[in-house]
Design a protein around this ligand. Structure first.
Ligand code: UD1
Length: 379
């Protein structure tokens, strides 16, 4: 590594978050980092997600201390949102001078943080004169690819990987993807930190199926749906296709809706008979409704993996997945927005529940411990 880190007694690690799943990932990594007395963590929240049920509730449930910085950026067009984050994160880094900056996943907050960290430098004075110090940048979930250039997430993750020093990959295929792109240094296959989290909080979801009564649902007698990709919410004909698919299923569909999805549905003024549209759920409740569903239908990356970890069959409303390994496990199937393909897969899963293979493709639930140990050794 060519970067210089101060030889200070304490290693200051800044973790930048902004969107729902990043709160979960950061909480797991903070937990592992704080086992080391010489590591100090500071949390920077861009404010990309700001509704109580998209942000604060995660801090409360996961017992994350309030972020040192909440930049309050909120929603805006991609460029404006990312630009405002860049300005705010840079200011926080200049003030705090962390030696390591950790970014998570593939959101606009991820790219803004990686870019701010790649450009920042801290002035220093030494016996031989002035010099600059640069922070290490670590990317959690590095190397994941959908190869769909027009997905904002693909742009964010690809560019982030180009400018970070440490690539914490969730799988062997993510390492391979990076090597193909000419990235050969700082690669670590640590596993998926969301798997760590699921294992860590497993007990918190037990008994939670009681909450299904709220919507008059019975375990194993409902489907769970989540949809929030802008391609599926902001293109009206795609959203209509999804609603038609879910309305036509043989069991009720619990649909915790992201605010942008709810807004897009409201514009259509449709009345549902099969779909139970509800607010976004806190993390433990979400895991509980996943675990008790007969089947999950989603366009989310994170939910695809959780379905697999929980052993629930999953239909992915997309033509590709950045979590490709899941497709060969027998648990996850791509359907695009084809009603025919969804119905066929639902019928197939109703007859034969998939036997889930290769449980360890995303590590052994200790990704956070491995990452913390690597960060601690940075010099
Ligand atoms: C973002 C990430 C996506 C990730 C997801 C996790 C990008 C480009 N996308 O998508 O990769 O999977 O987070 O959940 O960064 N909104 C609210 N309240 C909120 C947050 C958002 O009403 O608290 C609405 C706004 O209308 C906003 C829209 O949702 O314009 C989209 O939010 P945004 O943060 O841009 O993207 P997500 O869809 O949440």
């Amino acid at each position: 590594m060519s970067k210089k880190v101060t030889q200070a007694k304490r290693l200051k690690v800044a973790l930048v978050v902004g969107a729902r799943p990043q709160f979960v990932k950061a909480s797991m990594l903070i937990r592992a980092l704080e086992k080391y007395q010489n590591i100090k963590t500071i949390l920077i929240h861009t404010g990309q997600h700001y509704d109580r049920d998209m942000s604060q509730i995660f801090f409360e449930e996961l017992k994350i201390a309030p972020a040192r910085y909440n930049l309050g950026i909120g929603s805006a067009a991609h460029g404006m949102q990312t630009g405002r984050m860049l300005i705010g994160i840079e200011k926080a880094l200049v003030k705090e001078r962390p030696q390591v900056v950790v970014v998570f996943g593939d959101t606009n907050s991820t790219l803004a943080a990686a870019l701010a960290a790649a450009k920042v430098k801290y002035g220093n004075k030494g016996p031989k004169g002035d010099f600059f110090l640069y922070p290490f940048i670590a990317h959690v979930e590095a190397g994941v690819r959908s190869y769909r250039r027009h997905m904002p997430e693909e742009v964010n993750r690809t560019l982030t990987d180009r400018i970070c020093d440490i690539h914490f990959c969730p799988s062997a295929s993510a390492v391979k993807n990076l090597r193909k792109e000419g990235i050969s240094e700082g690669l670590y296959n640590v596993g998926d930190i969301m798997y760590d989290s699921l294992i860590y909080f497993r007990k918190n979801i037990e008994g939670r199926q009681r909450l299904l009564r709220r919507w008059k649902l019975i375990p194993q007698r409902y489907y769970l749906a989540t949809v929030h990709r802008e391609n599926n919410t902001d293109i009206v004909q795609n959203l209509k296709k999804i609603i038609d698919i879910l309305e036509g299923l043989d069991l009720p569909v619990l649909f915790p809706a992201h605010p942008r999805t709810r807004k897009a549905i409201q514009k259509l003024s449709v009345k549902f008979s099969n779909i139970r549209l509800v607010s976004p759920l806190p993390y433990f409740d979400m895991l509980a409704v996943e675990k008790n569903a007969k089947l999950i239908i989603t366009d989310s990356g994170g939910v695809q993996k959780e379905a697999f970890y929980l052993g629930i069959p999953c239909i992915v409303l997309r033509e590709e997945s950045e979590w490709r390994e899941l497709l060969s496990t027998g648990c996850n199937v791509l359907s695009g927005l084809s009603k025919k393909r969804v119905l066929k897969t639902v019928a197939r899963f109703a007859k034969v529940r998939p036997k889930i293979k290769c449980r360890s493709i995303y590590g052994n639930g200790r990704a956070n411990i491995k990452m913390a140990a690597i960060i601690r050794r940075l010099k």
